[in-house]
Design a protein around this ligand. Structure first.
Ligand code: FE2
Length: 274
């Protein structure tokens, strides 16, 4: 997999693709395969949902996917196919509605590893200060760990390694699974998350393995080879492989009359072009 060799220090990584160019879908695919993500500058600012739809159609992503966590009566307020992410003191969602930073995670807390393959974040308005989206090439870090400490890496494949629990106040649900796995095509996939939703099972795998593996991944997530901050301008979209990268967010500050506003859509499909 090309992404295992990616170097996020390469300035090419954050070069946006002009979506109005006729081969934009192929350029986006090239970046997604090589790095796990791509940035697109969309045409004329229009309705966010329609703009995202034109991007998802070009990448043949199908319809947006509603995560398992948002299919309960208690969480149906979050079940829109296009979710507004902006600060809102009246809302209790721990990620969507605050200006706080977000630690490393993959989208889809209850979904099985690999189920949500693609995330699109479309920027309507950037933050006054901060608010970059952070990307961690957790797959490449895992591949390095496999070379250096196979026993620690094996721990992360245990189906009992990581439990994630919802932190939305209205609902108490959780799911256990591996941190990394191999899909039906033999490709590595990730669920690497290291935030307040996580309970680690230190008895999984060989003794001491999970502690060493976590220490390695935490260090790797600060290595600029594997970690990148992406600042989206209004009208730009970040498309990333949610099954191949972990992501987070820097904290941010809003101006009262101009809140940071992103719109998010998730897809069960991987991007592909004819
Ligand atoms: Fe997220």
């Amino acid at each position: 997999m090309q992404q295992l060799q990616a170097d996020f220090r390469d300035p090419e990584c954050v070069q946006p693709v002009d979506f109005t160019e006729h081969d934009a879908p192929n350029q986006l695919m090239h970046n997604l395969e090589g790095r796990g993500f791509a940035v697109a500058t969309m045409a004329e600012p229009g309705a966010p949902d329609a703009t995202i739809t034109s991007l998802s159609a070009a990448l043949r992503l199908g319809e947006p996917y509603i995560p398992a966590l948002y299919r309960y009566a208690e969480t149906k307020d979050y079940s829109a196919p296009y979710s507004d992410i902006r600060s809102d003191t009246k809302d209790e969602h721990p990620g969507f509605s605050t200006t706080a930073g977000q630690a490393w995670h993959v989208d889809g807390l209850l979904d099985d590893i690999g189920d949500i393959k693609t995330t699109i974040l479309y920027c309507v308005r950037a933050a006054h200060r901060g608010g970059d989206t952070l990307l961690f090439n957790s797959l490449a870090a895992f591949a390095e760990l496999r070379e250096k400490d196979p026993a620690a890496a094996e721990t992360l494949l245990s189906p009992k390694a990581l439990n994630r629990r919802s932190t939305i106040p209205a609902i108490d649900v959780n799911a256990t699974g591996p941190v990394f796995s191999v899909d039906e095509k033999g490709a590595l996939i990730t669920r690497y998350t290291d935030n307040e939703t996580c309970t680690w099972n230190f008895s999984a795998g060989p003794p001491g393995g999970l502690r060493r593996a976590l220490a390695f991944l935490r260090a790797a997530s600060n290595n600029p080879r594997y970690r990148l901050a992406v600042r989206l301008a209004p009208g730009q979209a970040l498309i990333f492989r949610n099954d191949r990268l972990s992501h987070g967010r820097q904290p941010y500050e809003d101006k009262p009359d101009a809140r940071r506003h992103l719109v998010r859509a998730l897809y069960a499909s991987a991007p592909n072009t004819p």
